[in-house]
Structure formats: C-alpha cells, structure tokens
Design a binder for this molecule. Sequence first.
Ligand SMILES: [Zn+2]
Length: 84
Amino acid sequence: MCRNRLVAYQKNKIKGFKMRKDIHPKVVDCSVTCACGNEFMIRSDNEKMSIDICNECHPFFTGSEKIVDAAGRVEKFKNKYKLG
Ligand SMILES: [Zn+2]
C-alpha cells in the first residue's frame, strides 16, 4: 500500500469508516480478439474485448518498425557505443 493510501486508510479507520460491500466488479475470463485475427485470454470484468492492435501485429514487436532518422542520430549513437 502506498503512503497516501495508507494515510487515508488510517484516517478513515479513526472515523469508524467501514468498507463498502459489493462494489468490486466481478473478474472473469475475457477473450480478446485483435483486428489481425489474433485471439488470447486475459482476466477482466468484461467477457469479450476487440482491439485494433496487439503484440502479434504491432510494428514494434514484428520488427518492421522503421526509425525516421534524417540527421543520422541513430548512427552516431551506435558508433559512440560501438553497437551493430
Ligand atoms: Zn493484432
């Protein structure tokens, strides 16, 4: 528990605060469908989710990402630290 929440909790405790019942959403298995066709399961309060992009089709993960580098900064960085 972070400090702010702990302080708030202790203040409430002093006032005789009681936790509210039945306000927490029910957690269920959720099937996520991506626009690329990939499907996977997560835990959520929804049973179904459809997303536009996932780790199977996002350029960052597929490696087709291109860095726009007109000033050659990436090259300079790589030379400086002797990377690839
Ligand atoms: Zn996808």
